[in-house]
Design a protein around this ligand. Sequence first.
Ligand code: NAD
Length: 492
Amino acid sequence: MVEKVPHAGGILKNYVAGEFVVGDKTFANINPVDGSEINKVSEATADLVNAAVESARAALEGPWGKMTLDQRRALLHKVADGIDARFDDFVAAEMADTGKSYVQASTIDIPRGSANFRIFADMVTGQSAECFQTPTPDGRGALNYAVNKPLGVVAVIAPWNLPLLLMTWKLAPALAAGNTVIAKPSEETPATATLLAEVMHEAGIPAGVYNLVHGFGPDSAGEFLTTHKGVDAVTFTGESSTGSAIMKAAADGVKALSFELGGKNAGIIFEDCDFEEAVNGTARSVFTNGGQVCLCTERLYVQRSIFDKFVNALKDKAENLKVGWPLDEDTDMGPVISHKHRDKVVAYYESAKEDGATVITGGDVPVFGDARDHGAFVEPTILTGLSEEARIVKEEVFGPVCHIAPFDTEEEAVALANNSDYGLAATVWTTNLQRAHRVAQQMEVGIAWVNTWYLRDLRTPFGGVKLSGVGREGGVHSLNFYSEPTNICIKL
Ligand code: NAD
């Protein structure tokens, strides 16, 4: 159970060339539950980022590059074991940074952090490469085979919503494939990447293989990395507009890019669904982690015959959510990540009201009468009655909110769901087998769920279309991104 937040009242350091480094500048790491300062964070300077890139290059050409696959695999397993050994520290740090509930942090975020290292460490040992026998006019033929090499020095830039989970989802395959990395966690959630540096250090990961730089995006560690000549690839999860800025910044260096970006995910609920499952599943898909999962549903389309019944049932679910202290066992939802983000979510609630929405429930900031009133809480919110052109129906809010609209025909539902600049995920609720396949396959997204949500097999392709991303992660897709196949052609 959570007792003490590691480094509370102290300073979170950068980790460069195997050493923990503090620079001149710091910024505050704030707990969104009550607005208190957890600790300070040392902001990396451009010089420190340069040193990180240099040490990553040296490790790539030195100890890490020279290791056998089995040696690397064993070390990455040690990292996974190290995370598990400090499980309570990781949970406490993640909860303090994000305000997410103990249940969420201890059953999803931290276990997936160590699992990512085990999965990719093992998977890379089975990575295959192509081989072709090529006929030649002289009859002797040629043999073509590919050899997988690492991409090189990889910058890993992560968001705040699932800090350790999403950071390790990129770090683990990058390291397993033989790359060296420079991790930049979100300025909102710097703690678990710092604990990971301690685990890496303890596990004996050679200096320079995992570097950690803290800071912001523009004119800070984020930009220093994406414009750095010595960085070969950038793997990024975050907002679509940030992805666009990074793409521009990385263009001069023609860096390899992998982007997991924003979403405005639709859920379609047909009248032939299992009603209870659809309501329960939709409540999860809208409100999990305060709506701060990129896969969360913010647009719901419900067949007209069950529209009122569904809206009322989801309202009941929303009103029964316990919003409160992350440590309370029955807490379903904590605060959103920051006061800035709370203000953004509330501004969307206000824009919906101005656009004429019917507020079915929520729409405001809750009042507790205690320290949480200094935190970044918002109410779970359900809206109806808006046009498809309303801002809150078009733009990603990234909060505990959905708009529900009725539809009459399957074709209409498909068209409504696909009418978005984003294309990350969709959820379809129906018991009609043919419709399930037909509709799921028409969704313009990277992942379409039927009668479930957030059920992930880590071997499957994961990513988005349109504004939601570039490339795929998961299983061999991750390994393919982090590997550079070189073709060898031998005249026989
Ligand atoms: P963000 O884009 O604001 O920040 C993400 C990271 O990028 C942070 O580390 C930030 O410091 C850094 N950054 C910001 N500007 C930068 C710049 N110009 N150059 C380099 N780095 C820069 O995103 P966020 O608010 O942390 O995360 C929420 C967003 O992430 C939402 O849009 C959500 O949908 C998306 N997300 C997507 C996925 C996915 O798998 N598709 C998963 C989780 C979150």
